[in-house]
Design a protein around this ligand. Structure first.
Ligand code: GAR
Length: 195
């Protein structure tokens, strides 16, 4: 059974979907939910499900990314994860941190990568006049949002879409895609899931 740690920064709806899926014949189980924000709603949600949680407030480490990551690493290594899932984790990780978990860290990003890495993906897709948006799950490599793609789901952009409306339409597909990718990845299959 693979051990999965999930890193979050906010509500944790993707984390919840991953956790809900990790039962029965699923090849993995959640061992830790950790956040850079002690007030992240997802932490309380994970606790209610009996999953160990940890928080390391990045604001306690001003201009000290290495110090923040060293503190985050402690609960993470204690949990001995085989796989780390970034699920709405909004801190950029250093190459040193990423390299330590090379080939076993996943991220979900709300765009059809390689389009729109970084922030404000939905506003940028709408402003560009795109007809289609979507979500990507990829392996994390030192370059931001650029690792090998493990799955994508495509979502139409409708004429009156605001970034918020589009985000909520994409989120429905995030909740389908991430569990499907993790299930496959934990079973040792890195072929992309295309929904
Ligand atoms: C999700 O839409 C996820 O794709 C996005 O943050 C949201 C987290 O929601 N991630 C990024 O933008 C990463 N750069 P959640 O906390 O409800 O899962």
């Amino acid at each position: 059974m693979k051990r999965v740690a999930i890193l979050i920064s906010g509500g944790g709806s993707n984390m919840l979907r991953l956790v809900e899926d990790m039962t029965g014949d699923h090849p993995a189980r959640p061992v830790l939910v950790a956040s850079n924000d002690p007030s992240a709603a997802g932490l309380a949600r994970a606790e209610r499900l009996g999953i160990p949680t940890a928080s390391v407030d990045h604001r306690d480490f001003p201009r000290d990314r290495a110090g923040f990551e060293a503190a985050l690493l402690k609960p993470l290594l204690d949990a001995q994860p085989d796989i780390i899932c970034l699920a709405g984790f909004m801190r950029i990780l250093t190459p040193e941190f990423v390299t330590r978990f090379a080939g076993r860290m996943l991220n979900i990003h709300p765009s059809l990568l390689p389009s729109y890495p970084g922030l404000n993906t939905h506003a940028r897709a709408i402003a560009a006049g795109d007809r289609e948006a979507g979500v990507t799950v990829h392996e994390v490599t030192p370059e931001l949002d650029a690792g090998p793609i493990l799955g994508q789901a495509r979502v139409p952009i409708l004429p009156d879409d605001t970034p918020e409306v589009l985000a909520s339409r994409v989120l429905v597909h995030e909740h389908l895609l991430y569990p499907a990718v993790l299930r496959r990845f934990a079973a040792g299959d890195r072929s992309p899931v295309m929904l």
